[in-house]
Design a protein around this ligand. Sequence first.
Ligand code: PEP
Ligand code: MG
Length: 289
Amino acid sequence: RQGQAQTFLGQPAVTKAGTRVRVQVNIAYPSDVDGIDIETCDGVGLMRTEFLFGKSLPDEETQYHAYRKVLEWAGDKPVTIRTVDAGGDKPVPGFTVEETNPFLGLRGIRLSLARRDIFRVQIRALLRAAVHGNLKVMFPMIATTEEYSQAAALFAEEQTALAARGVAHKLPPLGIMVEVPSVAIAPEAFANVAFFSIGSNDLTQYVMAAARDNAAVVSLNSVRHPAVLRLITAVAVFGQQHGIPVSLCGDAGGDPAVIPALLEAGLRDLSVAPAQLAMAKAAIADVSV
Ligand code: PEP
Ligand code: MG
């Protein structure tokens, strides 16, 4: 199957019915792109930035160079970089806090807004890197519109400061991860964001109340449960109605067993692990949507 799937790699993904589906890649390290031919994908749908926050807090230059490398590799194709999603299952010394229930605690955008000194460094690096390609920025774990507005306001403040200093920069489109049920259930409050990216890993764990990292509840943690699929459909429909691009960057996007349901839900934009790229394109070609 993998061997056959390779033949799909060099072509754009199209369903049996001729519907074009964008397939981007998820990357966790800038070096991940060294093994990928940009011609085989539609860009980077999710660049995680947690790698920068491994042992100590990264400075602006380190971040700028990491983002710039991926933007230059992608050329005019979009690169969606996610601001740091520390906390939850990703503790960072000197940044995250000890909590009894970390998946429901200070993680993602909540932590970034609580530690603005650290967040502003990342924002400046992103604004500066944006001149080197087609950057989009998204925020993880958004639950309320206030969080989005506060994060967007910090981008505007840092942009003004860079302009005052004469530093080259650009304000990228700002979007959100849809991975907290409050957003998927009431997306109308977010009609002003540039794009949505559905994080099916977290959305599933929060809808099913089944941790993504606990083997004992793995059967409950199913993106194909009607409750999860109904939310994904609602978000896709909302996006179509309001002209907001919607993609999906959870692991489900690269799963051939789930891809038909995602396309039926209305999604036309998936972001998958590089190892899943060929299989995902082959699975799309099998769907008659
Ligand atoms: C997700 O939650 O689906 C997602 C893509 O983000 P992460 O796996 O990094 O939490
Ligand atoms: Mg997530």
